[in-house]
Design a protein around this ligand. Structure first.
Ligand code: HEM
Length: 323
């Protein structure tokens, strides 16, 4: 087992994330190691993981980050349009007397519209996108990893000439889906549960997401970049969002700090601003808000160290609306 240390304070987390002595964990190396140990060919998964800027460093990082940043910036007008269209649906969804699952009826469709607006017409099967995010979970079953690997092999083989471009689009979707859906769902629940029975028009809305579904990120010391297998390298887990941080610190760290800061930050913040502006125009109240998660929320440092999956994944957000 690797030694994992926690950078739990804002100052320590920020120091590590900005330091040239630490690099993102090379997720592709994990799959090289597993493949070698078990005699499996993980080259399709490795090819995708090496296109995800969040798991690479140096010139490879600079190149993929630039390509993704250009694609994401170009999609911004269509994404803003999709945001407008979806937030316009909130009054009908939140009619008095309704009980609805906001995750299924609003947050996921909103994400799908944003992802479609940025995918240039490429259809990405939901199971492929979701399976790829499970590649990051250190406790995923081998069978599940092999299934995603084979789905990626088919995705690449469908048109080898355009595979890199299509993998890049898949990659940006894979990086955005869990933090966006999770943070919006957790944040809406936090807001509603703190204001039960109060007209939405009278709530004081925070300017930024009050919660994040990506509470930590891992780094390796560069001196550990040796022949040590990926799963045994010394790791520092940096906290990105915490009840112990000030609002300003959470704002600074939530999307990452330094060279790997999130490329989806502008559109995600726009989404929070537009959703809360629409809610603030409604005369109804949320009478109850019930959040169900796939994995429990981490409560203390031990919980954060034990996380095998970087993402907190919501299952549903049921809200009851009253006039
Ligand atoms: C509330 C929503 C989001 C949160 C909380 C979030 C959080 C983060 C964090 C913390 C990082 C840095 C990870 C690290 O340093 O190890 C990151 C990186 C990244 N995010 Fe987001 N993200 C969100 C939405 C999105 C969306 C919608 C996209 C899709 C375009 C996206 C694309 C990326 C990319 C491409 C990177 C890698 C940047 C790099 O390594 O150079 N994110 N995100």
């Amino acid at each position: 087992m690797p030694h994992v240390a926690l950078a739990a304070t804002f100052a320590e987390s920020r120091r590590i994330l900005k330091s040239a002595d630490y690099v993102p964990t090379a997720m592709a190396d994990r799959y090289r190691d597993i493949g070698e140990r078990l005699g499996e060919d993980f080259s399709p998964a490795i090819r995708l993981l090496e296109l995800l800027p969040v798991f690479v460093s140096g010139p490879r990082h600079a190149n993929t980050r630039r390509d993704m940043a250009l694609r994401i910036a170009a999609a911004r007008p269509q994404q803003l349009h999709a945001l407008q269209q979806h937030t316009d649906r909130l009054p009908a969804l939140l009619a008095p007397g309704q009980t609805i699952d906001l995750l299924a009826r609003f947050v996921r469709p909103l994400w799908q519209a944003l992802a479609d607006a940025a995918s240039g017409g490429l259809h990405l099967p939901a199971s492929l996108v979701s399976g790829c995010t499970d590649l990051f979970d250190s406790r995923s079953r081998l069978r599940a990893r092999l299934t995603v690997n084979e789905a990626l092999r088919e995705f690449i083989a469908a048109d080898p000439a355009t595979a890199d471009q299509r993998l890049l689009i898949l990659g940006q979707t894979v990086l955005g889906i869990r933090p966006f859906i999770g943070s919006l769902t957790l944040s809406l629940h936090a807001l509603f549960s703190a204001n039960l029975g109060k007209p939405l028009a009278r709530i004081a809305y925070p300017a930024r997401f009050p919660l994040s579904s990506l509470p930590t990120t891992d780094r390796w010391r560069t001196s550990e970049q040796t022949d040590t297998p990926a799963d045994e390298r010394e790791t520092v887990r940096c906290v990105l969002h915490s009840a112990r941080f000030s609002t300003a610190e959470n704002d600074e760290a939530m999307y990452g700090i330094g060279a790997h800061a999130c490329l989806g930050r502008p559109i995600s913040n726009d989404a929070w601003t537009m959703v809360t502006a629409r809610l603030a125009g409604l005369d109804v109240a949320v009478a109850s808000s019930t959040l169900a998660l796939h994995t429990p929320l981490p409560h203390d440092d031990d919980d954060l160290l034990k996380l095998s999956d970087p993402f907190i994944k919501p299952r549903s957000l049921k809200v009851r609306i009253e006039s």
